[in-house]
Design a protein around this ligand. Sequence first.
Ligand code: ADP
Ligand code: MG
Length: 177
Amino acid sequence: MIKQDTDSPILEIKQLSISFFTRLNEIPAVMDFSCTVQPGEAMGLVGESGCGKSTVALGVMQDLGVNGRVVGGTIKFKGQDLGLMSPEDLREIRGSEIAMIYQEPMASLNPAMRIGQQLMEVPMIHEGINKEDAYARALEVVTDVKLPDPERILKSFPHHLSGGQQQRACDCHGTYV
Ligand SMILES: Nc1ncnc2c1ncn2[C@@H]1O[C@H](COP(=O)(O)OP(=O)(O)O)[C@@H](O)[C@H]1O
Ligand SMILES: [Mg+2]
């Protein structure tokens, strides 16, 4: 856990530029974007489709895929430059302090993994809890979001669930990730 002094921003983005690279060209997805978010503050990004909102969020997650790259500026989380962090530190922070709840439920669920396994692995990795406790926790969150027959849901693969059920399973995932 990174220590936080109370008046410094939780998130500080300065002159951020992000591009996606294709075989032939560079697609500038975000250009010169800056913002500051203080602890307890919420910020919304508004703009037309394709203007780069999701790319900013993915940049904060440091999860731009194989062809995306921060080409300018910095993203600081609690004063630390995310671009300079090791993959291990990033993984730690992503699991416990920064989360992204995706618009498309299928984009955050692994289609090849049972729902239960996906919900269990996060606290197992991040909190080191054992399989039994992780199962109990997964059952609890699935019950909390009022999915029917929680045991069956945990055994299901994402494609067995309806869109709304997938979305709720993601919300469970979102409480951890
Ligand atoms: N993986 C990618 N490869 C190439 N271009 C991408 C990729 N992801 C997003 N883009 C492009 O980056 C721009 C910003 O997209 P996005 O951040 O998804 O916009 P928004 O979330 O505001 O609708 C768009 O032009 C989009 O086509
Ligand atoms: Mg978007």
